[in-house]
Structures are given as C-alpha cells and as structure tokens.
Design a protein around this ligand. Structure first.
Ligand code: DX5
Ligand code: ZN
Length: 220
C-alpha cells in the first residue's frame, strides 16, 4: 500500500522566546503538521511545555498539532491536552499500563491517537494495541533532548511494525522521532515510516523553510 508521507517539524529546537516565529516558518514551508514535545522532568530528564502553551499555539495556527507526551501518568492529563487543542496525541507505552483506556479516550474525543516506544522497547509491546491506533511513534533516540544521534539498530523494529500493520490490514502510520535528517531519512522511508519528526535538522539549519522543503521532497 502506498501512503502519503508527512514531515513534522519539532518545535523543541526552535527559539522558545519566539515560538510564533517558528510556527510561521513551518506554515511558510507548506508542512501540515507541527510536533510539540511535552516533557515532565520525571519520565524524561527534561522539562518543556504543557497545556497552556499548546492552547496558545492552537490560537495562532491551523497546522495540525502533533503532541508527544513524554510524561509519567499520561492518563491523568490527556483530557487537558485534548482540551488545549491537540490534533494528534501520543503516550508512551512505558508510561501507561492501561493503554487501551487512554487511547480510547483520545479517539472518542475525535483526535488521532498514537503510542510511542523508546529505543529499548520491543515492537511486541504495541502489537495488541495496533488495531486501536492511528499511529505508532518510534523513538530513534532516548527521549528528552533534541539534536541527539540517530540509533540505527531501531530500523529492524520499524520494519517489524510495518509488517505487523500491513499483515493485519490496518491503516496505522509509523512516525519516527530522533536524529531524523537528510542522512537518515532514506533508510527510514525504506523501512516503512510515513511521518518523520525533525527538530535540529530543521531549526538548526540556516534556512529552516528550505530544510523542511528538502526533507519533504525526500519523503515523497
Ligand atoms: C526528543 C523529542 C524529539 C526531538 C527530536 O525527545 O521527542 O521530538 O525534537 O529532535 P531531533 O530531530 O533534533 O533529534
Ligand atoms: Zn518528540
């Protein structure tokens, strides 16, 4: 099955003193999604943004907000992120023992639901939940920071997930997050990725709009 592929620029590497400028760059590039990293200082060793900032971004853009929850007990706050305006919401399998309940709440609210996996978590950890998902978010770095080095040993896991999704005849995207750039994207596309998150490769580039367009062209 040939699927449309999307680039999701991550605001994590943008200037947090001027997030609106970063949003305008993403809009100018023609990208449809923007990736927002929520970190709680517990599940990951870093702290970023929460519902108030997402609500503020929701007010200024119609880009689809892809909210990645790197937080402990995501079930306690998914409703806040839904209310803040997230279009896509992912929770980590390592953080939620009741994934089916949380995923159902996200989908019942009419949002796209995803499960994220750390690099050391096997594909089998999400196999039973696949039929309820809109996307799987595969981490290719240990979550917490932008600009880290891609972990290539995750590639077979992406292939295994793509096989499992196709075998079951499901309509589930595979998103990849961490160290995505011109050097890693071709292997990711070949492995079956349909959404590519990129932070440093976009906002660390001299011309972020051109960087987004170049990565998008590589995705097609
Ligand atoms: C890392 C975040 C990523 C981050 C990726 O924990 O989940 O979304 O922005 O950044 P790069 O593309 O710089 O590796
Ligand atoms: Zn992320």
């Amino acid at each position: 099955m040939s699927r449309k592929r999307y680039l999701a620029p991550s605001l994590l590497s943008a200037d947090f003193a001027n997030l609106e400028a970063a949003v305008r760059l993403v809009e100018a590039s023609g990208a449809a999604l923007i990736h927002l990293d929520v970190m709680d200082g517990h599940f990951v060793p870093n702290l970023t943004i929460g519902p108030p900032v997402i609500r503020a971004l929701r007010r200024i853009t119609s880009l689809r907000l892809d909210v990645h929850l790197m937080i402990a007990h995501p079930e306690r706050s998914v409703d806040d992120y839904i209310a803040a305006g997230a279009d896509m919401l992912s929770v980590h399998v390592e953080a939620d023992p009741h994934l089916h309940r949380t995923i159902t709440r996200i989908r019942d609210a009419g949002r796209r639901a995803g499960v994220a996996l750390n690099p050391a978590t096997p594909a089998a950890a999400v196999e039973e939940i696949l039929p309820w998902l809109d996307f799987v978010l595969v981490m290719t770095v240990n979550p917490g920071f932008g600009g880290q080095k891609f972990i290539p040993t995750v590639l077979p896991k992406i292939r295994a997930l793509r096989d499992a999704i196709d075998r079951q005849g499901l309509d589930v995207d595979i998103s990849v997050d961490g160290g995505v750039g011109p050097d890693t994207l071709p292997r990711l596309v070949e492995a079956g990725v349909t959404i590519a998150v990129a932070g440093a490769a976009v906002f660390g580039a001299p011309d972020p709009v051109a960087a987004i367009r170049d990565l998008q062209a590589m995705l097609q």
